[in-house]
Ligand binder design. Structure first.
Ligand code: FAD
Length: 497
């Protein structure tokens, strides 16, 4: 394992952020190895919480995961310190109080997190302490996978090839980047808290959130649950290649939230994929799944090298597009957000998001495409909505996904490729099973009818108990006309694409 510091410390503090687990944890492993006594802290950062809705699933997920962390630390004779404060001032203050000369943390690559960490580093250094950071959230970070010319990639396929070559340079062998960090080797170094420090995980109410908040029917928080989900997914990975595109099937891992908050170690996930690829059982499924995990790293790398993508198009010429505006755009956007577009699969997908905090990948692509290329709305509106609702919201992956769909990102789909919401529905929800799950008003329509109810005769609609615009909306727009408008809208970038 690589190390950033060779010094030993009497006392250290481990600052948990998006790594809420006690196994295979780079910063925790190094702190325990290098220190006689280790304290653990998590900060509900007011700078972040203040902008969130009261019933935020992410906060509930974090909260439940912290309860598990705290319970495990108590078994080791310690406890988790949980603060509700501004991290920038709270971490240096706590480090001083505990006499910790070093704060250990895993690196976070989001622009806001980097800024926060720079400020914490300054404040700690002013007190004669230090922030020591480690790679943990990804297998390869920032500049570790570069082209032969030494430049960051902006196209996925060659990035993936280089990434795989670095990880698995020879048959049967893998790089050290996949090794686990065995935290339990020094578990006796977790420190008992001094009386002056309160260790109690505050309730959601105490930090200004509604309790209880349903995390969502499909997710349970915490590292034990993440490991269970990974095991369950590994047993059906052979079908991933085929099933992953069908939202009615439980075909994907649903591990994104665990990877987001680090209740699952990315090394554990990749190790499992590599093992399954090598045993031959489910090898194709495992290879495809690994490829998805590489997309996650690709977008993280893009966000690091091109932080402007957080607010602007990766390809600047796409910021010349004129999006719809005014009241009409607001009305269309509102209908999209609330699953009222009149296109059943788009609407069912938005209801899945609103009710569970999750949306299937195929549907993220479809709904995003519908907003941008059917309704002519600026992709940033949709990106913000997803950011507010997704339990697995990750700035880099969300931004990468939206810019891919809007064609403005690196290695995005060509601007003239526009999803047809009806044929997508016929292809990926052929029986209408997913649609019926969220739109019971359409439950009496058969597999041929359910994808475009407005095409049915009024007597057939009546038989099925549907009155358009009363029980289910008529379509907001005509797709063929919208497609034409989009091609015209995108003409400003045509010459440079
Ligand atoms: P699986 O199919 O099991 O994939 C395994 C893991 O690979 C995922 O958990 C995720 O960590 C990663 N992954 C898969 N696909 C992608 C991808 N296209 N880009 C980056 N990572 C990927 N993913 C997020 O984690 N957070 C987001 O905020 C997010 N926003 C998105 C917005 C749009 C418009 C689009 C098109 C995609 C977005 N994705 C996002 C990617 C993808 O949709 C989700 O990661 C996936 O649906 C999560 O389900 P899963 O864990 O079952 O995925």
């Amino acid at each position: 394992m690589t190390q950033s510091a060779a010094t030993d410390f009497d006392t250290s503090l481990v600052w948990f952020r998006r790594d809420l687990r006690l196994y295979d944890h780079a910063a925790l492993y190094q702190a325990l190895r290098k220190s006689k006594a280790v304290f653990c802290v998590f900060v509900f950062d007011k700078a972040i919480l203040n902008g969130l809705p009261a019933e935020d699933r992410r906060v509930a997920f974090i909260h439940a995961s912290l309860l598990e962390l705290d319970a495990e630390l108590r078994k080791a004779g310690s406890a988790l310190i949980v603060l509700h404060d501004d991290a920038v001032s709270a971490i240096p203050r706590l480090a001083s109080r505990l006499g910790a000369r070093a704060v250990f943390a895993n690196r976070d690559y989001e622009p806001g997190a980097k800024e926060r960490d720079a400020q914490v580093t300054c404040a700690l250094e002013a007190q004669g302490q230090q922030l020591i950071s480690f790679k943990d959230q990804v297998i390869f970070e920032t500049d570790e996978v570069l082209s032969l010319a030494g430049k960051p990639f902006s196209v996925f396929t060659p990035y993936k090839r280089a990434w795989l070559k670095k990880l698995l340079p020879e048959p049967g062998w893998h790089s050290d980047d996949l090794l686990s960090y065995p935290v339990d080797q020094h578990a006796d170094r977790f420190a008992r808290l001094p009386f002056s420090v309160t260790a109690r995980v505050p309730s959601l109410d105490e930090i200004g959130f509604k309790t209880p908040v349903a995390i969502g029917t499909d997710f349970s928080a915490g590292m034990a649950s993440a490991t269970k989900s990974l095991d369950a997914f590994a047993a059906r990975i052979a079908a991933y290649d085929h099933d992953r595109d069908f939202p009615a099937i439980d075909g994907t891992s649903r591990l994104s939230v665990h990877l987001r908050f680090g209740t699952l170690s990315i090394r554990a996930a990749v190790r499992r994929a590599v093992e399954l690829m090598r045993t031959g059982e489910g090898a194709n499924g495992a290879a495809t799944w690994l490829s998805e995990l590489i997309w996650r790293e690709f977008f993280s790398m893009i966000m690091h090298h091109h932080p402007h993508v957080a607010t602007q198009a990766f390809k600047p010429e796409y910021d010349r597009i004129t999006w719809e505006g005014g009241e009409t755009a607001e009305r269309l956007f509102h209908a999209w957000c609330h699953g009222q577009t009149g296109y059943p699969l788009v609407d069912a997908a938005m209801l899945q998001l609103n009710r569970t905090g999750f949306m299937h990948n195929r549907l993220r692509m479809l709904t995003a495409s519908f907003l941008v290329k059917d309704l002519g709305t600026d992709w940033r509106w949709g990106e913000r909505y997803f950011a507010e609702k997704l339990i697995d919201f990750d700035l880099a992956s969300n931004n990468g996904g939206w810019q891919w769909v809007a064609s403005s990102g690196c290695d995005a789909q060509p601007y003239f490729r526009i999803f047809n919401p009806v044929t997508q529905s016929q292809r990926f929800d052929p029986d209408g099973t997913f649609i019926r799950r969220y739109l019971p008003a359409l439950k009496k329509l058969d597999a041929r009818e359910i994808h475009a109810p407005w095409l049915l005769s009024s007597s057939r609609l009546q038989d099925a108990g549907i009155c358009l615009d009363r029980d289910y909306p008529a379509p907001l727009i005509d797709h063929a006309q919208a497609r034409q408008r989009t091609l015209e809208r995108y003409a400003v970038v045509k010459s440079s694409s």
